[in-house]
Ligand binder design. Structure first.
Ligand SMILES: Nc1ncnc2c1ncn2[C@@H]1O[C@H](COP(=O)(O)OP(=O)(O)OP(=O)(O)O)[C@@H](O)[C@H]1O
Ligand SMILES: [Mg+2]
Length: 392
């Protein structure tokens, strides 16, 4: 099916007193009609800037340096502000993190839902209010007729987010962008809102871009996942591929830091902090935090390697000459299950479970002069960084 959205080589910087912040550094992705794409990544990775650029709602100090954002084949980057005003809210709608900031506290809910419909669609006032009432019911607000006349403060936090969703859906947008729509809500309400979005997706078939730093919610809502790090997408694939056959060490880290039912004791946290985007590092930006980094990671940016027709990851580990590494134990478990289930590879073939002795032997073969421990932990030795191996 044709893509409703194609983002090509998007580069966005922000002018600041300290210099240019390279917030988005060559982002590419597509969105198909009716699909839900989740964009995940740590704080500051560029999720909001990417989504705001699609609405052309960037801060004044932003520059779209390069790239295209093709919506139904037309470049959003080149549209005038007037053209954008008619697209925003009608063809592409956005739900923000905090419902209170999106609602006007002094206006009745009914009016707030009906107004954009009146503005963008060729309907009478009566029809717009009828549609608003219908939408309130659709997003699960009981007794919508009566509640149309109430103000935002008369609703709970979860209900307010439902209302924001109703407003966004008012004009049947082709794309709905939800930027962390549940982070301000408590866990039970979060689950209800996610369930609502899933149901609505089935009913109205809007394409959804769902942004979150919580990988835990992604499997439930999305068809595909794009993992962002330091202004780039580092891995993209179906939910199944990214969750059960992840390839990028950053994705491994994200998945390992996700609590599961079996989690005991302290949760894993990815060491270190994201790079300073005023001076983005050369090569793979995740390398300084990765115990799987190779020398080439600090020198050259990894291209996207194809894992399947729908799965790509930008890591040198996928280069045919890269030394074989064993992902963290939890990831190996995931991959084993995936291989047996999807690729029909039995555990003895392909990915074998390495005992720690195997792993040490493997590392010894990689570089005989160094003890396995030194390589594995990527310690600095006399000022020199020690890597897993080199493919240069
Ligand atoms: N107006 C601005 N001026 C300068 N830098 C900015 C501006 N807006 C965003 N940035 C920078 O762009 C980068 C990406 O920010 P973005 O808001 O997209 O992150 P995010 O992935 O949405 O994070 P979070 O999970 O915290 O919402 C950050 O380094 C941020 O500091
Ligand atoms: Mg954000």
């Amino acid at each position: 099916m044709e893509n409703i959205l194609e983002v090509k080589d998007l580069n966005i910087s922000f002018d600041t007193y300290a210099g240019k912040v390279q917030a988005i550094r060559g982002v590419n992705f597509n969105l198909k009609p009716g699909e839900t794409l989740a964009i995940v990544g740590e704080s500051g990775s560029g999720k909001s800037v990417t989504s705001r650029s699609i609405m052309r709602l960037l801060a004044n100090n932003a520059n779209i340096e390069k790239g295209e954002i093709l919506f139904k084949g037309e470049d959003i980057v080149k549209k005038s502000e007037k053209e954008m005003r008619s697209i925003r809210g009608s063809e592409i709608a956005m739900i923000f993190q905090d419902p209170m900031t999106s609602l006007n506290p002094t206006q009745k809910i009914g009016k707030q839902i009906a107004e954009p419909i009146l503005k963008h669609q060729n309907v009478s006032k009566k029809e717009a209010y009828e549609r608003a009432e219908e939408l309130l019911g659709l997003v699960g607000i009981p007794n919508p007729k009566k509640r149309m006349d109430q103000f935002p403060h008369q609703f709970s936090g979860g209900q307010r987010q439902r209302i924001v969703i109703a407003i966004a859906l008012g004009c049947n947008p082709d794309i709905l962008i939800a930027d962390e729509p549940t982070t301000a809500l408590d866990v039970t309400i979060q689950a209800q809102i996610l369930e609502l979005m899933k149901e609505l997706q089935k009913k109205i078939k809007t394409s959804i871009i769902f942004i979150t730093h919580d990988l835990g919610v992604v499997a439930n809502v999305a068809d595909r996942v794009a993992v962002m790090y330091a202004g780039k997408i580092v891995e993209v694939g179906s939910v199944d591929e990214v969750f059960y056959n992840p390839q990028h060490p950053y994705t491994w880290g994200l998945l390992s830091s996700m609590p599961t039912l079996e989690t005991e004791g302290e949760l894993y946290a990815i060491p270190g902090t994201p790079p300073d985007l005023l001076n983005p590092p050369k090569g793979d930006a995740f390398a300084p935090r990765s115990e799987y980094a190779m020398k080439i990671d600090t020198m050259e940016e990894p291209p996207f390697f194809k894992v399947s027709d729908t799965h790509y990851a930008a890591t040198w580990l996928l280069h045919p000459d890269a030394p074989e590494v064993t992902p963290p134990a939890g990831i190996v478990e995931r991959q084993k299950g995936y291989r047996a289930r999807v690729l029909d590879v039995q555990p003895s073939e392909g990915l074998k479970e390495m005992s720690s002795q195997d792993a040490e032997d493997h590392l010894r073969q990689t570089d005989s002069e160094l003890s396995p421990d030194e390589i594995a932990t990527r310690k600095d030795k006399e000022g020199e960084t020690v890597y897993h191996g080199s493919i240069l």
